[in-house]
Ligand binder design. Structure first.
Ligand code: FES
Length: 110
């Protein structure tokens, strides 16, 4: 996660109103019509599109192991740092989104 510094315009980001707790907590919220999941895994926050690229199951209901999520439907695995597929049947990556802290706020990339 990066900090908003001088010159970094937060345009293109939405404020996250609730932050998940540590220990695998996940919240899902709407970002301009797309379900985006925010997961707190061992104190690290990951923001990513919640819809699996295989058959659209919600990844927020999957298993988290460090920066890896396993889809609850057919067990595709994705790297939450990059969105890359680690194991199919999915072949397309998920979109991961940048998070920034601005003062007391957490913002997620549109
Ligand atoms: S819907 Fe995720 S692996 Fe099939």
């Amino acid at each position: 996660m990066s900090q908003v510094g001088p010159g970094l315009d937060p345009v293109g980001f939405s404020v996250v109103s609730t932050t998940p707790h540590a220990g695998g907590d996940v919240i899902v919220f709407d970002v301009e019509g797309t379900a985006v999941a925010l997961a707190n895994v061992d104190g690290n926050l990951y923001a990513f599109d919640d819809t699996c690229t295989h058959r659209e199951c919600p990844l927020s209901e999957g298993e988290f192991d460090g920066p890896i999520v396993t889809c609850p439907c057919h067990r595709s695995r994705f790297d939450l740092r990059t969105g890359d597929v680690l194991n199919g049947p999915a072949t397309l990556p998920i979109r991961v989104r940048r998070l920034v802290h601005e003062a007391e706020r957490l913002l997620v990339e549109h």
